[in-house]
Every structure is written in structure tokens, then in C-alpha cells.
Ligand binder design. Sequence first.
Ligand code: HEM
Length: 150
Amino acid sequence: MTTIRVRSAADRRREIQETAAALGIDDAYISMLVETFYERVRAHALLGPIFAAEIGDDWGPHLAKMKDFWASVAMNAGRYSGKPVPAHTKLTDLQPWHFTIWLGLFEQTLRDTAPHPDAVPYFMERARRIAQSLEFAISGLPAVNTGAKS
Ligand code: HEM
């Protein structure tokens, strides 16, 4: 007889934490990833001005929030409780093609910094899913369920 094993939320959480740990993903890496990525975003000719218009020069709170966000997405840390959708729908200059640039820059940053080669697809799979959901949201299409809070 086939036994169907239903994984509990706790099993799933432990699985994510174990996978992240095996790939060398921890708070120190996420902190470095976020700092390096947003340094590049700020210097980018097309993305930089959109962030500057919203964030100005006080990047501390945004970086702290993004570290919590990625720790929650990649390690199930449960530290992020913000609302990504309204944070992006209010950005009137944000266009769907900006997400392609964002994802390209994020992937390059991962390639340059990842503690393990498999950490690149691990983050990118999640980033692409969330970017798609945000892109739908700014285009006025119904959001798909990404697992991220909106
Ligand atoms: C070109 C694409 C993007 C641009 C220009 C952009 C810009 C911004 C800006 C300006 C903020 C700050 C809003 C505020 O302080 O109120 C923000 C917040 C945020 N962004 Fe993006 N973003 C982009 C793509 C993404 C993607 C792909 C992700 C996730 C994979 C993401 C995740 C977040 C999160 C989690 C926040 C914090 C929302 C909150 O809780 O306040 N963003 N973004």
C-alpha cells in the first residue's frame, strides 16, 4: 500500500532552512548580497533614479528591510512582514521592463558573490516568481500566489 506523507509547515520550514544552510546561505551572506546589490542598483543609470526618487539618501531602513525580506524568503526566517505590492504600485515611473533589468543585475550579483553555485538558481527562482507577481500588480493584472505577502 502506498503511504502518502503530508509534510507539515514545520517540516517544510526545516527543509528550507537545511537547504539554505547546505548552500552557505546565512545572515552574513544575505547582508553582503543586499548591500552589494543595492550599491549596484544605486549606480545603475535606469534603476538608480527610481530608487533615489523614493528613498533619497537614507538607505539604512530600506537595506535593513530587504535583509529581513531575503532572510524570510531564502531561509524562512519569518522576519519580514511588509507589503511589497503597494510599495511598487505607487512607483509611477516603474515599467514592466525595469524588472528584466532588476533580475539581470540581481543574477550577476549572485554570480559574483554566491557561497555555492547552486545558491544562484535558488535565489533566482524565488526572485523571478516575486518579480512576476509585482509586474502583474503594476500592470493591473490579478496577482498569482507567490507565497510572498502582498
Ligand atoms: C525594477 C524593479 C524594482 C524597483 C524599481 C523597485 C523599487 C523599490 C522601491 C523604490 C522600494 C521602496 C518603497 C518604499 O520605501 O516605500 C521598494 C521596496 C521593496 N521592494 Fe522593490 N523594486 C523593484 C523590484 C523588486 C523585486 C523584483 C523584488 C523582490 C524580488 C522587490 C522587493 C521589494 C520589497 C520586499 C520592498 C519592501 C516593501 C515594504 O515592505 O515596504 N522589489 N522597491
